[in-house]
Design a protein around this ligand. Sequence first.
Ligand code: PLP
Length: 396
Amino acid sequence: MNPNEIIYMDHAATTPTDPRVLEAMLPYFCSRYGNPSTIYSLGTEARAAVDEAREHIAALIGCNPDEIFFTGGATEADNWAIKGVAWANESRGRHIITSAIEHHAVLEPCEFLQRHGFEVTFVRVGSDGIVDPEDVRKAIRKDTILISIMHSNNEVGTIQPVEEIGKIAAEHGIPFHTDAVQSAGKIPLDVNKIGCQMMSLSAHKLYGPKGVGALYIKKGTRITPLLHGGGQEKKKRAGTLNVPAIVGMGEAFRLAAEEMEEDARRQTVLRDRLIQGILQIPDTRLNGHPTKRLPNNVNVCVEGAEGEAMLLALDEEGICVSSGSACTSGTLDPSHVLLAMGIPPEIAHGSLRITLGRSNTAEHVERFLEVLPGIVERFRAMNPWYQKHRKAARSS
Ligand SMILES: *Cc1c(COP(=O)(O)O)cnc(C)c1O
């Protein structure tokens, strides 16, 4: 291993663009730059490339290509699913069900709607970070117009029982949206098995470019556009299509379909070695379900050491990880996901998220396990609370 090599273990925050994806995108900047809404050959060529990308994305989630609508990322897809369904159905009711552990791209639109006359139930999760489908059932009211529960969680990697939730939603005739950003390309997805009417996807979490995503919208779903303008995307999402990014997203999804199984198998071995190695350090715990979790996700709490401090110390060793989620680091609020799982704030502050990807090797994992204990020891030695309570508790 090159000593100057960066060990990137934050693939839930973003991934590098796969060189094969970049290669596929490049012609669409300077030579095949046509606007896909135009009808001369330069335009129809771009249109064909967009349609091919749509097919690759549809193939990964088991829908029809004409049910894929491109967006400027999954934040837009989540906002659209929630506000769009709320606005299209407000004459029927104004109640939405979601969970306490959603990504901010779901929580914030829900809170926005609360300020505009909608009511939202945030279903709790167990200490394992999993939503109980019966809690969703109990939350349903006559005026419920949307259920939005993520496919897998971006912080603790827990895979949610979306098929059961989909059944419950169908029994009540309520549209079901799932944010599958972290699952896409890591575990199989099938919108028909899940029974969802909407699914949010992003390119940059699976080796595609940033700033492009998609919303799957099942045919017949009532949804109001967020963006009004030109007639693109069957008049549902105005704006000239970002052709190079869309082509990149398509290629990333095509590659994911081919490589997912092998990636997952390989990363699961590395993940389990990391978990086993980290838990050798006293007073550490694994967050989230031990097995119902993404193949690349490790999330731990280290008592007596601050997550942010450990992150920065690891950065000095050339290792990139996250404490809490990328969107909240920079603030010192403990993760809303860990708090929702009942982890006390003082322990939640000591969390680290390590998310593996295609580039990671067994050597990277061993290097991480070599440096972490010293870092933890250093911070604990400076922490009078830890010295007093934990060490004393163990020696008695
Ligand atoms: C990253 C992420 C998003 C936001 O996606 P962008 O494409 O970066 O806007 C939404 N939901 C989850 C679960 C994510 O991990």
